[in-house]
Design a protein. Structure first.
Lengths: 307, 328
Protein backbone atom coordinates (compact mmCIF):
# COMPACT_ATOMS: atom_id res chain seq x y z
CA UNK A 1 0.00 0.00 0.00
CA UNK A 2 1.43 3.35 -0.95
CA UNK A 3 0.52 6.87 -0.04
CA UNK A 4 0.65 10.00 -2.10
CA UNK A 5 0.01 13.63 -1.46
CA UNK A 6 -2.32 15.43 -3.76
CA UNK A 7 -1.67 19.11 -3.49
CA UNK A 8 -4.37 21.53 -4.26
CA UNK A 9 -3.86 25.30 -3.92
CA UNK A 10 -1.11 24.66 -1.42
CA UNK A 11 -3.08 22.42 0.90
CA UNK A 12 -1.89 18.82 0.88
CA UNK A 13 -4.47 16.06 1.00
CA UNK A 14 -3.27 12.55 1.79
CA UNK A 15 -4.50 9.75 -0.38
CA UNK A 16 -3.62 6.16 0.39
CA UNK A 17 -4.34 3.62 -2.32
CA UNK A 18 -3.30 0.21 -3.44
CA UNK A 19 -2.03 1.61 -6.70
CA UNK A 20 1.14 3.56 -7.31
CA UNK A 21 0.32 7.21 -8.06
CA UNK A 22 2.08 8.61 -11.08
CA UNK A 23 2.98 12.22 -10.23
CA UNK A 24 3.12 13.50 -13.80
CA UNK A 25 -0.26 12.17 -14.87
CA UNK A 26 -1.71 13.08 -11.53
CA UNK A 27 -0.62 16.72 -11.87
CA UNK A 28 -1.81 16.87 -15.46
CA UNK A 29 -5.23 15.42 -14.66
CA UNK A 30 -5.71 17.68 -11.68
CA UNK A 31 -4.63 20.73 -13.69
CA UNK A 32 -7.10 19.95 -16.46
CA UNK A 33 -9.96 19.43 -14.01
CA UNK A 34 -9.32 22.61 -12.00
CA UNK A 35 -8.41 24.55 -15.16
CA UNK A 36 -11.80 23.87 -16.67
CA UNK A 37 -13.41 25.76 -13.78
CA UNK A 38 -10.95 28.63 -14.24
CA UNK A 39 -12.00 28.67 -17.86
CA UNK A 40 -15.64 28.92 -16.80
CA UNK A 41 -14.83 31.80 -14.41
CA UNK A 42 -13.05 33.57 -17.23
CA UNK A 43 -15.92 33.03 -19.67
CA UNK A 44 -18.13 35.07 -17.37
CA UNK A 45 -15.61 37.90 -17.37
CA UNK A 46 -14.90 37.68 -21.11
CA UNK A 47 -18.61 37.77 -21.95
CA UNK A 48 -19.09 40.98 -19.92
CA UNK A 49 -15.95 42.55 -21.40
CA UNK A 50 -17.15 41.70 -24.90
CA UNK A 51 -20.46 43.54 -24.66
CA UNK A 52 -19.67 46.40 -22.29
CA UNK A 53 -15.88 46.76 -22.24
CA UNK A 54 -15.92 46.39 -18.46
CA UNK A 55 -13.30 44.41 -16.58
CA UNK A 56 -14.77 43.70 -13.20
CA UNK A 57 -12.09 43.77 -10.49
CA UNK A 58 -14.63 42.57 -7.95
CA UNK A 59 -15.05 39.34 -9.95
CA UNK A 60 -13.29 37.20 -7.35
CA UNK A 61 -15.21 38.81 -4.52
CA UNK A 62 -18.48 37.94 -6.23
CA UNK A 63 -17.21 34.33 -6.33
CA UNK A 64 -16.51 34.67 -2.60
CA UNK A 65 -19.98 36.04 -2.05
CA UNK A 66 -21.60 33.12 -3.90
CA UNK A 67 -19.49 30.66 -1.87
CA UNK A 68 -20.45 32.28 1.43
CA UNK A 69 -24.13 32.31 0.48
CA UNK A 70 -23.78 28.55 -0.14
CA UNK A 71 -22.11 28.23 3.25
CA UNK A 72 -24.95 30.11 4.92
CA UNK A 73 -27.52 27.92 3.16
CA UNK A 74 -25.64 24.86 4.35
CA UNK A 75 -25.50 26.10 7.94
CA UNK A 76 -29.16 27.05 7.97
CA UNK A 77 -30.81 24.29 5.96
CA UNK A 78 -28.01 21.70 5.51
CA UNK A 79 -28.21 22.21 1.74
CA UNK A 80 -25.48 20.58 -0.33
CA UNK A 81 -23.58 23.14 -2.51
CA UNK A 82 -24.79 21.29 -5.61
CA UNK A 83 -28.38 21.87 -4.49
CA UNK A 84 -28.02 25.41 -3.15
CA UNK A 85 -26.61 26.50 -6.51
CA UNK A 86 -30.25 26.59 -7.65
CA UNK A 87 -30.70 29.45 -5.18
CA UNK A 88 -27.34 31.21 -5.65
CA UNK A 89 -27.69 31.47 -9.44
CA UNK A 90 -30.84 33.65 -9.41
CA UNK A 91 -29.59 35.61 -6.38
CA UNK A 92 -26.24 36.42 -8.01
CA UNK A 93 -27.86 37.17 -11.37
CA UNK A 94 -30.30 39.59 -9.74
CA UNK A 95 -27.44 41.22 -7.83
CA UNK A 96 -25.50 41.50 -11.09
CA UNK A 97 -28.40 43.24 -12.82
CA UNK A 98 -28.69 45.72 -9.94
CA UNK A 99 -24.95 46.39 -9.78
CA UNK A 100 -24.80 46.99 -13.51
CA UNK A 101 -27.89 49.15 -13.63
CA UNK A 102 -27.12 51.37 -10.64
CA UNK A 103 -23.33 51.41 -10.35
CA UNK A 104 -21.74 50.60 -13.68
CA UNK A 105 -24.09 52.04 -16.28
CA UNK A 106 -24.05 55.58 -14.81
CA UNK A 107 -20.29 55.53 -15.51
CA UNK A 108 -20.68 54.88 -19.22
CA UNK A 109 -20.41 58.51 -20.25
CA UNK A 110 -17.48 59.39 -17.98
CA UNK A 111 -13.81 58.58 -18.23
CA UNK A 112 -13.88 54.88 -18.74
CA UNK A 113 -11.03 53.98 -16.44
CA UNK A 114 -13.06 55.08 -13.44
CA UNK A 115 -14.84 51.73 -13.69
CA UNK A 116 -11.59 50.09 -12.60
CA UNK A 117 -11.57 52.12 -9.39
CA UNK A 118 -15.29 51.64 -8.92
CA UNK A 119 -15.01 47.85 -9.10
CA UNK A 120 -11.95 47.97 -6.82
CA UNK A 121 -14.09 49.87 -4.31
CA UNK A 122 -16.81 47.26 -4.79
CA UNK A 123 -14.22 44.58 -4.13
CA UNK A 124 -13.22 46.15 -0.78
CA UNK A 125 -16.89 46.56 0.11
CA UNK A 126 -17.83 42.96 -0.70
CA UNK A 127 -14.76 41.40 0.89
CA UNK A 128 -15.17 43.28 4.14
CA UNK A 129 -18.95 43.01 4.12
CA UNK A 130 -18.49 39.23 4.01
CA UNK A 131 -15.91 39.49 6.80
CA UNK A 132 -18.27 41.53 8.96
CA UNK A 133 -21.02 38.90 8.58
CA UNK A 134 -19.04 35.65 8.63
CA UNK A 135 -15.83 36.61 10.46
CA UNK A 136 -12.31 36.14 9.11
CA UNK A 137 -11.84 32.47 9.97
CA UNK A 138 -11.48 29.94 7.13
CA UNK A 139 -14.66 27.88 6.71
CA UNK A 140 -15.66 24.78 4.79
CA UNK A 141 -18.88 23.74 3.15
CA UNK A 142 -19.07 19.95 3.00
CA UNK A 143 -20.75 18.00 0.24
CA UNK A 144 -21.75 14.34 0.07
CA UNK A 145 -19.42 13.71 -2.87
CA UNK A 146 -16.48 15.53 -1.26
CA UNK A 147 -14.43 12.50 -0.21
CA UNK A 148 -15.33 10.21 -3.13
CA UNK A 149 -12.39 9.26 -5.32
CA UNK A 150 -12.25 7.92 -8.82
CA UNK A 151 -9.25 5.80 -9.73
CA UNK A 152 -8.21 5.63 -13.38
CA UNK A 153 -5.14 3.48 -13.73
CA UNK A 154 -2.31 5.45 -12.08
CA UNK A 155 -4.35 8.53 -11.41
CA UNK A 156 -6.56 9.35 -8.45
CA UNK A 157 -9.28 11.88 -9.21
CA UNK A 158 -11.46 13.59 -6.65
CA UNK A 159 -15.16 13.42 -7.43
CA UNK A 160 -15.83 17.21 -7.04
CA UNK A 161 -13.11 17.92 -9.61
CA UNK A 162 -14.63 15.50 -12.10
CA UNK A 163 -18.06 17.06 -11.62
CA UNK A 164 -16.50 20.52 -12.05
CA UNK A 165 -14.86 19.45 -15.31
CA UNK A 166 -18.02 17.98 -16.79
CA UNK A 167 -20.26 20.86 -15.74
CA UNK A 168 -17.76 23.55 -16.81
CA UNK A 169 -17.45 22.16 -20.31
CA UNK A 170 -21.18 21.51 -20.58
CA UNK A 171 -21.82 25.13 -19.64
CA UNK A 172 -19.17 26.44 -22.01
CA UNK A 173 -20.74 24.47 -24.86
CA UNK A 174 -24.21 25.60 -23.80
CA UNK A 175 -23.11 29.24 -23.84
CA UNK A 176 -21.45 28.80 -27.20
CA UNK A 177 -24.63 27.35 -28.69
CA UNK A 178 -26.67 30.11 -27.08
CA UNK A 179 -24.43 32.78 -28.63
CA UNK A 180 -24.44 31.07 -32.03
CA UNK A 181 -28.05 30.22 -32.54
CA UNK A 182 -30.49 32.12 -30.36
CA UNK A 183 -31.79 35.61 -30.99
CA UNK A 184 -30.46 36.83 -27.67
CA UNK A 185 -27.06 35.30 -28.42
CA UNK A 186 -27.03 37.09 -31.78
CA UNK A 187 -27.86 40.38 -30.11
CA UNK A 188 -24.97 39.84 -27.66
CA UNK A 189 -22.61 39.25 -30.57
CA UNK A 190 -24.00 42.23 -32.41
CA UNK A 191 -23.34 44.52 -29.43
CA UNK A 192 -19.88 43.02 -29.10
CA UNK A 193 -19.01 43.77 -32.70
CA UNK A 194 -20.46 47.24 -32.92
CA UNK A 195 -22.71 48.63 -30.23
CA UNK A 196 -23.84 51.65 -32.25
CA UNK A 197 -24.74 49.61 -35.31
CA UNK A 198 -26.56 47.12 -33.11
CA UNK A 199 -28.57 49.94 -31.57
CA UNK A 200 -29.48 51.18 -35.07
CA UNK A 201 -30.69 47.67 -35.96
CA UNK A 202 -33.12 47.82 -33.08
CA UNK A 203 -31.11 45.93 -30.45
CA UNK A 204 -31.73 47.29 -26.95
CA UNK A 205 -28.04 47.67 -26.08
CA UNK A 206 -28.65 48.67 -22.46
CA UNK A 207 -30.80 45.61 -21.89
CA UNK A 208 -28.24 43.30 -23.51
CA UNK A 209 -25.52 44.72 -21.28
CA UNK A 210 -27.55 44.33 -18.08
CA UNK A 211 -28.61 40.79 -18.94
CA UNK A 212 -25.05 39.83 -19.91
CA UNK A 213 -23.70 41.11 -16.63
CA UNK A 214 -26.39 39.13 -14.82
CA UNK A 215 -25.49 36.02 -16.83
CA UNK A 216 -21.82 36.61 -15.99
CA UNK A 217 -22.56 36.56 -12.27
CA UNK A 218 -24.90 33.58 -12.71
CA UNK A 219 -21.99 31.69 -14.31
CA UNK A 220 -19.90 32.73 -11.31
CA UNK A 221 -22.44 31.20 -8.95
CA UNK A 222 -22.10 27.89 -10.80
CA UNK A 223 -18.30 28.08 -10.76
CA UNK A 224 -18.39 28.89 -7.03
CA UNK A 225 -20.47 25.77 -6.35
CA UNK A 226 -18.07 23.68 -8.44
CA UNK A 227 -15.02 24.96 -6.54
CA UNK A 228 -16.61 24.80 -3.12
CA UNK A 229 -16.60 21.13 -1.99
CA UNK A 230 -13.40 20.42 -0.10
CA UNK A 231 -11.95 23.92 -0.51
CA UNK A 232 -11.53 26.07 2.60
CA UNK A 233 -12.91 29.56 1.99
CA UNK A 234 -12.14 32.89 3.62
CA UNK A 235 -13.29 36.45 2.88
CA UNK A 236 -9.85 37.65 1.76
CA UNK A 237 -9.54 35.09 -1.07
CA UNK A 238 -11.43 37.20 -3.60
CA UNK A 239 -8.47 39.03 -5.11
CA UNK A 240 -6.67 35.76 -5.85
CA UNK A 241 -9.65 34.49 -7.82
CA UNK A 242 -9.81 37.84 -9.65
CA UNK A 243 -6.15 37.54 -10.61
CA UNK A 244 -6.45 33.92 -11.78
CA UNK A 245 -9.50 34.88 -13.85
CA UNK A 246 -7.68 37.86 -15.34
CA UNK A 247 -4.70 35.71 -16.31
CA UNK A 248 -7.01 33.33 -18.12
CA UNK A 249 -9.05 36.04 -19.86
CA UNK A 250 -5.99 37.97 -21.04
CA UNK A 251 -4.27 34.79 -22.16
CA UNK A 252 -7.42 33.84 -24.05
CA UNK A 253 -7.44 37.11 -25.97
CA UNK A 254 -10.26 38.66 -23.86
CA UNK A 255 -13.31 37.47 -25.79
CA UNK A 256 -12.57 34.31 -27.76
CA UNK A 257 -14.55 31.48 -26.13
CA UNK A 258 -12.46 28.55 -27.24
CA UNK A 259 -9.12 30.19 -26.42
CA UNK A 260 -10.41 31.20 -23.00
CA UNK A 261 -11.26 27.58 -22.16
CA UNK A 262 -7.84 26.45 -23.48
CA UNK A 263 -6.14 29.17 -21.41
CA UNK A 264 -8.05 27.99 -18.36
CA UNK A 265 -6.55 24.55 -18.86
CA UNK A 266 -3.05 26.02 -19.39
CA UNK A 267 -3.24 28.02 -16.15
CA UNK A 268 -4.76 25.10 -14.26
CA UNK A 269 -2.02 22.74 -15.43
CA UNK A 270 0.70 25.32 -14.66
CA UNK A 271 -0.69 25.69 -11.14
CA UNK A 272 -0.86 21.92 -10.57
CA UNK A 273 2.69 21.39 -11.86
CA UNK A 274 3.97 24.28 -9.74
CA UNK A 275 2.54 22.91 -6.52
CA UNK A 276 3.65 19.36 -7.26
CA UNK A 277 7.13 19.99 -8.63
CA UNK A 278 8.32 23.32 -7.17
CA UNK A 279 6.98 23.96 -3.69
CA UNK A 280 3.78 24.90 -1.94
CA UNK A 281 4.45 28.62 -1.86
CA UNK A 282 6.82 29.41 -4.73
CA UNK A 283 4.98 26.89 -6.92
CA UNK A 284 2.13 29.38 -7.09
CA UNK A 285 4.46 31.57 -9.18
CA UNK A 286 4.48 29.09 -12.06
CA UNK A 287 1.15 30.18 -13.62
CA UNK A 288 2.34 33.80 -13.59
CA UNK A 289 5.71 32.92 -15.07
CA UNK A 290 4.00 30.91 -17.83
CA UNK A 291 1.61 33.80 -18.40
CA UNK A 292 4.35 36.44 -18.72
CA UNK A 293 6.41 34.17 -20.98
CA UNK A 294 3.52 33.41 -23.34
CA UNK A 295 2.48 37.06 -23.46
CA UNK A 296 6.04 38.23 -24.17
CA UNK A 297 6.29 36.07 -27.24
CA UNK A 298 2.63 36.10 -28.25
CA UNK A 299 1.17 39.46 -27.18
CA UNK A 300 -2.18 38.51 -28.67
CA UNK A 301 -2.43 35.54 -26.27
CA UNK A 302 -3.46 32.02 -27.16
CA UNK A 303 -5.90 33.18 -29.78
CA UNK A 304 -5.43 32.75 -33.47
CA UNK A 305 -7.27 35.75 -34.77
CA UNK A 306 -7.68 39.22 -33.43
CA UNK A 307 -11.20 40.10 -32.46
CA UNK B 1 12.44 73.12 -18.38
CA UNK B 2 10.02 73.58 -15.46
CA UNK B 3 7.25 76.08 -15.99
CA UNK B 4 6.20 79.14 -13.98
CA UNK B 5 3.49 77.27 -12.08
CA UNK B 6 6.03 75.34 -10.06
CA UNK B 7 7.88 78.42 -8.83
CA UNK B 8 4.58 80.09 -8.07
CA UNK B 9 3.59 77.16 -5.84
CA UNK B 10 7.06 77.10 -4.31
CA UNK B 11 6.84 80.80 -3.45
CA UNK B 12 3.35 80.53 -2.03
CA UNK B 13 3.16 81.66 1.60
CA UNK B 14 0.18 79.35 2.10
CA UNK B 15 2.29 76.30 1.36
CA UNK B 16 5.09 77.19 3.78
CA UNK B 17 2.65 78.40 6.43
CA UNK B 18 0.73 75.13 6.31
CA UNK B 19 3.97 73.13 6.39
CA UNK B 20 5.33 75.06 9.38
CA UNK B 21 2.06 74.71 11.27
CA UNK B 22 1.97 70.97 10.56
CA UNK B 23 5.61 70.59 11.56
CA UNK B 24 4.77 72.14 14.94
CA UNK B 25 2.04 69.55 15.63
CA UNK B 26 4.32 67.02 17.43
CA UNK B 27 4.84 69.66 20.13
CA UNK B 28 1.11 69.78 20.83
CA UNK B 29 -0.47 66.39 20.14
CA UNK B 30 -0.24 63.21 22.18
CA UNK B 31 1.35 60.17 20.61
CA UNK B 32 -1.94 58.46 19.63
CA UNK B 33 -3.05 61.32 17.38
CA UNK B 34 0.50 61.82 16.18
CA UNK B 35 0.59 58.16 15.17
CA UNK B 36 -2.61 58.54 13.17
CA UNK B 37 -1.25 61.65 11.42
CA UNK B 38 2.03 59.88 10.66
CA UNK B 39 0.15 57.00 9.02
CA UNK B 40 -1.93 59.55 7.11
CA UNK B 41 1.28 61.22 5.86
CA UNK B 42 2.64 57.82 4.76
CA UNK B 43 -0.44 57.40 2.59
CA UNK B 44 -0.23 61.02 1.38
CA UNK B 45 3.31 60.27 0.20
CA UNK B 46 2.35 56.92 -1.34
CA UNK B 47 -0.76 58.26 -3.08
CA UNK B 48 1.15 61.28 -4.43
CA UNK B 49 3.93 59.03 -5.75
CA UNK B 50 1.33 56.75 -7.36
CA UNK B 51 -0.34 59.80 -8.92
CA UNK B 52 2.62 60.34 -11.27
CA UNK B 53 1.79 57.10 -13.07
CA UNK B 54 -1.85 56.54 -12.18
CA UNK B 55 -3.17 60.07 -12.28
CA UNK B 56 -1.04 61.99 -14.78
CA UNK B 57 -0.34 59.21 -17.25
CA UNK B 58 -3.69 57.47 -16.64
CA UNK B 59 -1.96 54.13 -16.18
CA UNK B 60 -3.76 52.52 -13.26
CA UNK B 61 -0.84 50.65 -11.71
CA UNK B 62 -1.65 48.00 -9.15
CA UNK B 63 2.03 47.00 -8.92
CA UNK B 64 2.92 49.56 -6.29
CA UNK B 65 2.78 47.01 -3.47
CA UNK B 66 5.78 45.51 -5.25
CA UNK B 67 7.67 48.82 -4.89
CA UNK B 68 6.57 49.39 -1.28
CA UNK B 69 7.55 45.79 -0.57
CA UNK B 70 10.97 46.29 -2.20
CA UNK B 71 11.61 49.43 -0.16
CA UNK B 72 10.37 47.87 3.06
CA UNK B 73 11.20 44.15 2.98
CA UNK B 74 14.45 44.31 0.99
CA UNK B 75 16.06 47.14 2.98
CA UNK B 76 15.04 45.39 6.22
CA UNK B 77 16.42 42.06 5.02
CA UNK B 78 19.68 43.75 3.97
CA UNK B 79 20.01 45.26 7.45
CA UNK B 80 18.89 42.26 9.52
CA UNK B 81 20.40 39.45 7.46
CA UNK B 82 23.52 41.11 6.00
CA UNK B 83 24.12 44.04 8.35
CA UNK B 84 24.00 46.65 5.59
CA UNK B 85 23.26 50.17 6.82
CA UNK B 86 19.66 51.11 6.12
CA UNK B 87 20.63 54.33 4.30
CA UNK B 88 22.47 52.15 1.80
CA UNK B 89 19.54 49.74 1.88
CA UNK B 90 17.23 52.61 0.99
CA UNK B 91 19.33 53.49 -2.05
CA UNK B 92 19.72 49.88 -3.18
CA UNK B 93 16.01 49.11 -2.81
CA UNK B 94 15.02 52.32 -4.57
CA UNK B 95 17.33 51.49 -7.49
CA UNK B 96 15.90 47.98 -7.77
CA UNK B 97 12.33 49.28 -7.50
CA UNK B 98 13.03 51.80 -10.27
CA UNK B 99 14.45 49.08 -12.48
CA UNK B 100 11.43 46.83 -11.82
CA UNK B 101 9.13 49.74 -12.63
CA UNK B 102 10.85 50.33 -15.96
CA UNK B 103 10.72 46.61 -16.81
CA UNK B 104 7.02 46.35 -15.97
CA UNK B 105 6.25 49.39 -18.12
CA UNK B 106 8.23 47.84 -20.97
CA UNK B 107 6.53 44.43 -20.67
CA UNK B 108 3.13 46.12 -20.62
CA UNK B 109 3.97 48.02 -23.77
CA UNK B 110 4.41 44.77 -25.65
CA UNK B 111 0.94 43.51 -24.70
CA UNK B 112 -1.00 46.07 -26.74
CA UNK B 113 -4.30 45.71 -24.96
CA UNK B 114 -4.76 49.42 -24.44
CA UNK B 115 -5.34 51.16 -21.11
CA UNK B 116 -6.73 48.08 -19.41
CA UNK B 117 -3.70 45.90 -19.93
CA UNK B 118 -1.66 48.01 -17.53
CA UNK B 119 -4.09 47.23 -14.71
CA UNK B 120 -4.07 43.53 -15.53
CA UNK B 121 -0.31 43.16 -15.89
CA UNK B 122 0.54 45.21 -12.82
CA UNK B 123 -1.95 43.25 -10.71
CA UNK B 124 -0.30 40.02 -11.86
CA UNK B 125 3.11 41.43 -10.82
CA UNK B 126 1.76 42.51 -7.43
CA UNK B 127 0.39 39.04 -6.80
CA UNK B 128 3.75 37.54 -7.84
CA UNK B 129 5.58 39.87 -5.46
CA UNK B 130 3.37 38.78 -2.57
CA UNK B 131 4.13 35.13 -3.35
CA UNK B 132 7.88 35.75 -3.63
CA UNK B 133 8.04 37.58 -0.28
CA UNK B 134 5.98 34.87 1.38
CA UNK B 135 8.05 32.07 -0.10
CA UNK B 136 11.56 33.50 0.23
CA UNK B 137 13.06 33.17 3.71
CA UNK B 138 15.63 35.93 3.03
CA UNK B 139 12.83 38.50 2.80
CA UNK B 140 11.23 37.22 5.98
CA UNK B 141 8.82 34.65 4.53
CA UNK B 142 5.31 34.60 5.91
CA UNK B 143 6.39 35.60 9.43
CA UNK B 144 8.08 38.88 8.51
CA UNK B 145 11.20 40.54 9.95
CA UNK B 146 11.76 42.53 13.12
CA UNK B 147 13.92 45.66 12.97
CA UNK B 148 16.26 46.66 15.82
CA UNK B 149 14.87 49.08 18.38
CA UNK B 150 14.72 52.73 17.38
CA UNK B 151 17.35 54.57 19.44
CA UNK B 152 17.18 57.86 17.55
CA UNK B 153 20.58 57.37 15.86
CA UNK B 154 20.09 59.13 12.52
CA UNK B 155 23.22 57.55 11.04
CA UNK B 156 21.59 54.14 11.53
CA UNK B 157 18.35 55.38 9.93
CA UNK B 158 16.60 55.73 13.27
CA UNK B 159 14.56 58.85 13.86
CA UNK B 160 13.52 58.49 17.48
CA UNK B 161 9.96 57.20 17.62
CA UNK B 162 6.79 58.78 16.44
CA UNK B 163 7.94 62.41 16.52
CA UNK B 164 10.95 61.80 14.31
CA UNK B 165 8.90 59.58 12.01
CA UNK B 166 6.29 62.33 11.73
CA UNK B 167 8.85 64.90 10.61
CA UNK B 168 10.48 62.48 8.17
CA UNK B 169 7.11 61.60 6.69
CA UNK B 170 6.05 65.22 6.51
CA UNK B 171 9.25 66.05 4.63
CA UNK B 172 8.80 63.12 2.27
CA UNK B 173 5.11 63.79 1.63
CA UNK B 174 5.77 67.49 0.95
CA UNK B 175 8.70 66.68 -1.36
CA UNK B 176 6.70 64.16 -3.34
CA UNK B 177 3.75 66.55 -3.65
CA UNK B 178 6.15 69.24 -4.92
CA UNK B 179 7.66 66.75 -7.38
CA UNK B 180 4.09 66.28 -8.59
CA UNK B 181 3.78 70.04 -9.11
CA UNK B 182 7.13 70.16 -10.89
CA UNK B 183 6.25 67.31 -13.25
CA UNK B 184 2.82 68.78 -14.00
CA UNK B 185 4.55 72.02 -15.03
CA UNK B 186 7.27 70.37 -17.11
CA UNK B 187 7.22 68.86 -20.62
CA UNK B 188 7.09 65.38 -19.07
CA UNK B 189 3.80 66.26 -17.39
CA UNK B 190 2.30 67.42 -20.67
CA UNK B 191 3.48 64.26 -22.45
CA UNK B 192 2.01 62.09 -19.71
CA UNK B 193 -1.33 63.86 -19.93
CA UNK B 194 -1.48 63.48 -23.71
CA UNK B 195 -0.80 59.77 -23.22
CA UNK B 196 -3.60 59.61 -20.68
CA UNK B 197 -6.10 61.42 -22.85
CA UNK B 198 -5.37 59.70 -26.12
CA UNK B 199 -2.46 57.36 -26.48
CA UNK B 200 -2.80 56.86 -30.23
CA UNK B 201 -3.01 60.58 -30.90
CA UNK B 202 0.00 61.17 -28.65
CA UNK B 203 1.98 58.63 -30.64
CA UNK B 204 0.84 60.17 -33.90
CA UNK B 205 2.13 63.63 -32.97
CA UNK B 206 5.49 62.17 -32.00
CA UNK B 207 5.31 61.60 -28.26
CA UNK B 208 7.56 58.68 -27.37
CA UNK B 209 4.87 56.78 -25.45
CA UNK B 210 7.01 53.89 -24.23
CA UNK B 211 9.84 56.15 -23.05
CA UNK B 212 7.62 58.49 -21.05
CA UNK B 213 5.63 55.67 -19.53
CA UNK B 214 8.90 54.08 -18.42
CA UNK B 215 10.18 57.39 -17.00
CA UNK B 216 6.94 57.99 -15.08
CA UNK B 217 6.89 54.46 -13.75
CA UNK B 218 10.55 54.66 -12.68
CA UNK B 219 10.13 57.97 -10.83
CA UNK B 220 6.99 56.71 -9.14
CA UNK B 221 8.60 53.38 -8.20
CA UNK B 222 11.73 55.01 -6.74
CA UNK B 223 9.69 57.44 -4.62
CA UNK B 224 7.33 54.67 -3.49
CA UNK B 225 10.24 52.47 -2.47
CA UNK B 226 11.78 55.30 -0.40
CA UNK B 227 8.47 55.80 1.40
CA UNK B 228 8.34 52.03 1.97
CA UNK B 229 11.75 52.06 3.67
CA UNK B 230 10.81 54.95 5.96
CA UNK B 231 7.44 53.39 6.74
CA UNK B 232 8.93 50.06 7.77
CA UNK B 233 11.45 51.86 9.98
CA UNK B 234 8.55 53.53 11.78
CA UNK B 235 6.60 50.25 12.11
CA UNK B 236 9.78 48.38 13.27
CA UNK B 237 8.14 45.22 11.94
CA UNK B 238 8.30 44.27 8.28
CA UNK B 239 4.90 42.60 7.88
CA UNK B 240 4.55 40.99 4.43
CA UNK B 241 0.75 40.91 4.70
CA UNK B 242 0.70 44.69 5.08
CA UNK B 243 3.64 45.89 3.00
CA UNK B 244 3.70 43.44 0.11
CA UNK B 245 0.00 42.73 -0.29
CA UNK B 246 -1.89 44.11 -3.30
CA UNK B 247 -4.44 45.44 -0.83
CA UNK B 248 -2.19 48.39 0.09
CA UNK B 249 -2.09 49.44 -3.56
CA UNK B 250 -5.85 49.25 -3.81
CA UNK B 251 -6.08 51.56 -0.79
CA UNK B 252 -3.67 54.01 -2.43
CA UNK B 253 -5.58 53.97 -5.71
CA UNK B 254 -8.85 54.60 -3.91
CA UNK B 255 -7.43 57.50 -1.84
CA UNK B 256 -6.02 59.10 -4.98
CA UNK B 257 -9.33 58.65 -6.79
CA UNK B 258 -11.38 60.10 -3.93
CA UNK B 259 -9.09 63.13 -3.72
CA UNK B 260 -8.70 63.81 -7.44
CA UNK B 261 -6.58 61.98 -10.01
CA UNK B 262 -3.84 63.79 -11.86
CA UNK B 263 -3.92 66.84 -9.59
CA UNK B 264 -0.81 67.63 -7.54
CA UNK B 265 -2.60 67.78 -4.20
CA UNK B 266 -5.64 65.60 -4.99
CA UNK B 267 -4.25 62.28 -3.75
CA UNK B 268 -2.96 64.03 -0.62
CA UNK B 269 -6.45 65.33 0.10
CA UNK B 270 -7.99 61.86 -0.29
CA UNK B 271 -5.46 60.26 2.04
CA UNK B 272 -5.76 63.06 4.63
CA UNK B 273 -9.54 62.63 4.73
CA UNK B 274 -9.80 58.85 4.66
CA UNK B 275 -6.79 57.52 6.58
CA UNK B 276 -7.58 59.24 9.91
CA UNK B 277 -11.22 58.15 9.54
CA UNK B 278 -10.15 54.56 8.91
CA UNK B 279 -7.58 54.54 11.71
CA UNK B 280 -10.04 55.92 14.27
CA UNK B 281 -12.71 53.41 13.18
CA UNK B 282 -10.20 50.59 13.40
CA UNK B 283 -9.07 51.73 16.84
CA UNK B 284 -12.62 52.09 18.17
CA UNK B 285 -14.46 49.24 16.44
CA UNK B 286 -11.75 47.06 14.88
CA UNK B 287 -12.13 44.40 17.56
CA UNK B 288 -15.91 44.22 17.38
CA UNK B 289 -16.45 44.64 13.62
CA UNK B 290 -13.35 43.55 11.68
CA UNK B 291 -13.07 45.05 8.22
CA UNK B 292 -15.46 47.93 8.93
CA UNK B 293 -13.01 50.65 7.89
CA UNK B 294 -12.29 48.95 4.55
CA UNK B 295 -16.02 48.52 4.04
CA UNK B 296 -16.47 52.25 4.55
CA UNK B 297 -13.56 53.05 2.18
CA UNK B 298 -15.37 50.95 -0.41
CA UNK B 299 -18.64 52.81 0.10
CA UNK B 300 -16.93 56.22 0.06
CA UNK B 301 -15.08 55.57 -3.18
CA UNK B 302 -18.19 54.28 -4.94
CA UNK B 303 -20.22 57.29 -3.81
CA UNK B 304 -17.47 59.75 -4.77
CA UNK B 305 -17.03 58.19 -8.22
CA UNK B 306 -20.78 58.27 -8.89
CA UNK B 307 -21.26 61.81 -7.60
CA UNK B 308 -18.03 63.55 -8.63
CA UNK B 309 -15.92 61.23 -10.80
CA UNK B 310 -13.02 63.69 -10.89
CA UNK B 311 -12.61 63.55 -7.14
CA UNK B 312 -13.20 65.85 -4.21
CA UNK B 313 -10.49 68.44 -4.96
CA UNK B 314 -12.21 69.86 -8.09
CA UNK B 315 -15.48 69.85 -6.13
CA UNK B 316 -13.93 71.87 -3.29
CA UNK B 317 -12.40 74.30 -5.75
CA UNK B 318 -15.76 74.78 -7.40
CA UNK B 319 -17.38 75.49 -4.03
CA UNK B 320 -14.66 77.98 -3.07
CA UNK B 321 -14.94 79.76 -6.40
CA UNK B 322 -18.70 79.98 -6.15
CA UNK B 323 -18.41 81.61 -2.74
CA UNK B 324 -15.80 84.15 -3.90
CA UNK B 325 -16.69 85.00 -7.50
CA UNK B 326 -14.61 88.19 -7.33
CA UNK B 327 -11.38 86.30 -6.59
CA UNK B 328 -11.24 84.76 -10.07
Amino acid sequence: MSCATIRERGKPIWVCEETEVNELWQALAQGVLIGSTYGLLALGMGLVYGVSGIVNFAHGDFISLAMFISLALFSAFALDPYVSVLITIPVMAALGALVYRFLLRPMAGHQFLMIVQLTLGLSLLLQNGIMMVFGGQPARTPSIVESKLIILGDVVLRMPHVIAFVVAFAMAIGLYVMLRSTDFGRSIRAVHQNARAAALMGVDVGRVQVVTFAIGLGILAVAAALLLPGTPIQPTQGLQYTVITLLVVVLGGMTNFVSIMISGLVIGIAEAFGTVYVSDTLGRLVPYAIFVLIMLFRPQGLTWRTS
Amino acid sequence: MIGQGFYKTLASPWLWGALLLTAALPLMLNSYYLHILTIALVYVALASAWNIVGGMAGQISLAHSLFIGTGAMLSTALLVKLGINMWAGLVISAAIAGLLGAIIAWIDFRFQLGHLSFVLITLAFAEMAAIVVEGWEFLGGASGLLLPRDTGDVWAFQFGGVRGAFWVMLGLAATIALINVAILNSPLGYYLRTIRDNEKAAQAIGVDVLRHKMIAMTISAVLTSIVGTCYVRYLTFADPYLLASPLITIEIVLFATVGGLGRAFGPALGALLLVPLGEVLRGQLGGAVPGLHYFIYGVVVIVVILVTPRGLLPLFEKLVRRRRPAAS
